[in-house]
Design a protein around this ligand. Structure first.
Ligand code: ZN
Length: 310
């Protein structure tokens, strides 16, 4: 077992429309857009990052909006639900707010003894809010949701798998321990985590594999403090038999990727250097930022990327 992982770093999903995506995460959920850049592997597509004031690891929801992409089909081998943490007593506020804003899929569900408010993103992305009185993370309140209700960051992510056994073993190797079981659900948590330290495994034996598309989670990233810890994790995974990519520079963090036995793409991302490495905190996310290798595309991209505002 390794001890370098501290919880979630970010969750990255696919969207069909950049402007609708931006409106939903900033106006509806009240998160801050902390970075406006492009997909480093497909630079004619945005990579949008939403989170708390500075995009603290464990708060960052990111999107690749591919215009004209087909709708994803939910199934196994993917993240089924991404869950945000909200303050104690705020679920009623959110139920009213999301209802008034005509957000789809609103329903209450009890999970491990607490109420979750389920809802869908603009591409039927699976989300939920849960109250966590013990969550002391500071929220972003510049997005129109006050401090008594605003999202603190991720609470958890739920992996939907045909057979959860091997993934449970992997998560235990990564430092998680099983803290609860209920029917087809297994809850794992990491000790001394960053607040986003829970993973649920939902076993659905007969279900079909998911088809990736709009509304699907592309990958889920776990946080390590720095590059040295990331190399330790990489070596441990390689020694265990996982096929792990080399370290890739994503400008705001360093990343390694590997596929889990259940089919979910996992990433391990560093907390360093962070989203304020090329913009000051007051203006995070406002300007289009391009990595050095795509800087020459700026005139083309500024003309062809869909405007996010308006
Ligand atoms: Zn990532």
């Amino acid at each position: 077992m390794i001890d370098q992982i501290k919880g979630l770093h970010h969750v990255t999903s696919m969207a069909s429309d950049a402007r609708a995506n931006n409106r939903f995460f900033t106006d509806t959920l009240g998160l801050r857009r902390v970075k406006t850049t492009v997909n480093f592997d497909a630079p004619d597509v945005y990579h949008l990052y939403y989170g708390d004031e500075v995009g603290t690891p464990g708060s960052v929801m990111t999107y690749f909006p591919f215009p004209n992409i087909g709708q994803g089909r939910p199934g196994t081998g993917e993240v089924g639900t991404t869950v945000f943490s909200v303050p104690h007593g705020s679920l009623g506020y959110w139920e009213r707010r999301l209802g008034e804003l005509k957000v789809g899929g609103l329903s209450r569900e009890a999970r491990f003894g607490s109420d979750a408010l389920r809802f869908e993103g603009p591409d039927k992305d699976g989300f939920a809010l849960v109250e966590d009185a013990a969550d002391g993370r500071a929220p972003w309140t510049g997005g129109g949701v006050g401090p008594d209700e605003a999202i603190r960051g991720f609470h958890s992510a739920s992996l939907r798998l045909r057979d959860g056994g091997a993934t449970e073993e992997l998560l235990k190797f990564m430092g998680y321990e099983v803290v609860d079981r209920a029917g087809a659900l297994t809850r794992l948590s990491i000790d001394k985590g960053n607040g986003a330290h829970v993973i649920d495994i939902e076993t659905v034996p007969g279900a079909r594999p998911a088809d990736l598309g709009a509304g699907s989670v592309h990958h889920i990233a776990f946080a390590v403090e720095n590059r040295a810890k990331q190399l330790e994790v990489r070596k441990a995974l390689l020694d265990t038999g996982y096929h792990v990519t080399p370290v890739i520079d994503r400008d705001y963090f360093w990343a390694i990727y590997f596929r889990t036995p259940g089919g979910v793409l996992f990433e391990i991302a560093t907390n360093e250097p962070g989203f304020d490495r090329d913009e000051d905190t007051a203006h995070l996310g406002q300007a289009l930022k391009l990595p050095a290798q795509h800087a020459h595309l700026r005139p083309y991209l500024e003309k062809h990327l869909q405007p996010l505002e308006g």
